[in-house]
Design a protein around this ligand. Structure first.
Ligand code: NAD
Length: 516
């Protein structure tokens, strides 16, 4: 198989009239498809249910983007059956052939980029660039894992030989597992988690977040079009606490690949640890959970660059990223000067329906709306409001980009994941105190330091305890194949998506010795 070397898929910055016009056309075409109903897909068959999930537009929640089947436990059982049936043949496919199907899916996605982006704009309120970056990331995961999988084929040549025996060790897949995704990167994360598992021969049941059932119906259509055999992926839209937890506890679930909140992750970890009747293995559980990510700025930093990094890291997709900057930790001598710049930039950001391509669109759903508003209240009691702080009147879930100043490091706003456009600014005496505050959290996903001091950069390289650390740039936007992504502490099991070892987690090694 002759492939071009892996390279990150470019995303569109939507700065040219031609690209904006193309997006306007895609948005019109997607809007014309609003209100359709999408089935689940079990063993290649499209299945409807009586009850439906309804997916709405967070910019205008009375608009129904689409509806989907809502799986019951019986459907979950059937999906797991279908996955195990498909496993028997899929695991025997040549690696090249499995990778080829994935690459075909990526090629179709590339051709349908703008349409896929438009679904993200309407279903979860991304602006054009954020939507484009997500579709590019989805393509990256596929392209990267399709190539990586081929490196794991065959025996492990670097093991020692032993006289009188012929020895061989090689990888085999695990079986049928479960992928559960959150709503904030529905396409990239569900696709990455799923392709990572299936490309090396596993099969999966895919449970998307309830708010993203249309976007993912489009993605799984593409896998079918690419020629993925029935049952390798089974698309199971449903409610997490119903079918998700049922499959987590199921004795025939071999592994669980989960991205979502700490609360759900804890529940899944506990439930999956229990070996129930009929179960023949310890489930492998992969967890990528929340963050309380910090940007630390010291007195040697370029303050304009730092202010820009904060704005990009804190407000990209309305702060609804696990990697978003939600703590801004600043050395006292430059605190006022930096906050002035951050506030000035924040005031200039536009907040509007996502299809108008603003800087910030709505937060994703009513629960998010309520949660972020609660933290705005908490912020008033724990800090000084410097900018924003309001939820706009009207039905769309629009919340102003907000900064609270002089928040104490132990305050709720500085410890709990808000997952919205709210920054807690914390004043520290010096860099050393700043580093202590940085690591004072149960999470450990991303972080950034703005500094021109080489020795401090090296201290942070060692001691800033996060899975993804950045210097003198924003703390979001990890690239697959460049910055393997995953967090420490209660952020999860540090799976490092988009990294060279990711696929090994979905395989087990078999060692075979034959006496000569
Ligand atoms: P969530 O935990 O509420 O839901 C995630 C998924 O879990 C959904 O599909 C949901 O239906 C399902 N679910 C809910 N209860 C379940 C249960 N009992 N058993 C099985 N499945 C269940 O999270 P969310 O609100 O959709 O997503 C936001 C969270 O995801 C944030 O905390 C964010 O930081 C995190 N996240 C982490 C990463 C990462 O890579 N670390 C990436 C994106 C998002």
């Amino acid at each position: 198989m002759h492939l071009l070397p892996y390279a990150n898929e470019p995303y569109d910055t939507y700065t040219t009239p031609a690209s904006l016009e193309a997006m306007a056309t895609a948005l019109r075409s997607v809007r014309a498809q609003f209100g359709q109903t999408y089935p689940m897909v079990i063993g290649g068959k499209k299945v409807m249910s009586e009850a439906l999930l309804v997916s709405t537009n967070p910019s205008a929640p009375s608009e129904v983007v689409g509806k989907s089947a809502r799986a019951t436990r019986e459907h979950a059982e059937a999906a797991l059956d279908a996955a195990w049936t498909a496993f028997e043949s899929w695991k025997r496919w040549k690696q090249e052939d499995r990778s080829r199907v994935m690459l075909k899916a990526a090629a179709i996605m590339r051709r349908r980029k703008q349409e896929l982006e438009a679904w993200l704009v309407y279903e979860i309120g991304k602006n054009y660039v954020e939507a484009s970056a997500e579709v590019a990331e989805m393509i990256d995961f596929i392209e990267y894992y399709a190539r990586q999988a081929m490196r794991h084929v065959g025996g492990l040549g670097h093991l020692n030989a032993y006289a009188g025996e012929e020895n061989e060790s090689f990888y085999i897949p695990l079986g049928a597992g479960l992928t559960i995704s959150p709503w904030n990167f529905p396409m990239a994360l569900m696709t990455g988690m799923t392709v990572g598992a299936i490309v090396v021969g596993n099969t999966v049941v895919c449970k998307p977040a309830e708010d993203t059932v249309v976007s993912l119906a489009k993605v799984f259509d593409i896998f079918e079009e690419a020629g993925l055999p029935p049952g390798v992926v089974n698309y199971l839209p449903g409610v997490g606490a119903e079918v998700g937890s049922y499959l987590v506890e199921h004795p025939r679930t071999r592994f669980i690949n989960f991205t979502g909140s700490l609360a759900t992750g804890k529940r899944i970890n506990e439930a999956a640890a229990k070996v129930v009747d009929g179960q023949r293995w310890f489930k492998r559980v992969f967890l990528e959970l929340g963050g309380k990510d910090a940007i630390l700025v010291d007195e040697t930093a370029d303050l304009d660059a730092a202010a820009l990094g904060v704005i990009q890291g804190a407000y990209g997709y309305q702060g609804q990223k696990c990697s978003a900057c939600s703590r801004l930790i600043v050395v006292d001598s430059v605190y006022d000067a930096l906050l002035e710049r951050v506030v000035e930039r924040t005031k200039k950001l536009s907040l509007a329906p996502a299809d108008q391509n603003p800087d910030l669109g709505p937060v994703c759903n009513a629960a998010q709306d309520a949660k972020v508003r609660e933290y705005l209240e908490i912020g008033h009691s724990e800090g000084k409001l410097l900018v924003g702080g309001q939820r706009l009147d009207g039905e769309g879930f629009f919340i102003q980009p907000t900064v609270f100043g002089d928040v104490a490091p132990g305050a709720r706003l500085a410890q709990e994941e808000v997952f919205g456009p709210v920054v807690a600014a914390i004043r520290v005496k010096n860099f050393t105190e700043g580093m202590a505050v940085v690591n004072n959290t149960v999470y450990g996903l991303t972080g950034a330091l703005f500094s021109r001091d080489r020795s401090r950069i090296e201290i942070a390289r060692r001691d800033f305890h996060v899975g993804n650390l950045y210097f003198n740039r924003k703390c979001t936007g990890a690239l697959a194949g460049v910055q393997p992504f995953g967090g420490f502490n209660l952020t999860g099991t540090d799976t490092k998506t988009g990294g060279p070892d990711y696929l090994l987690q979905f395989m087990q090694m078999k060692s075979v010795a034959e006496r000569l």
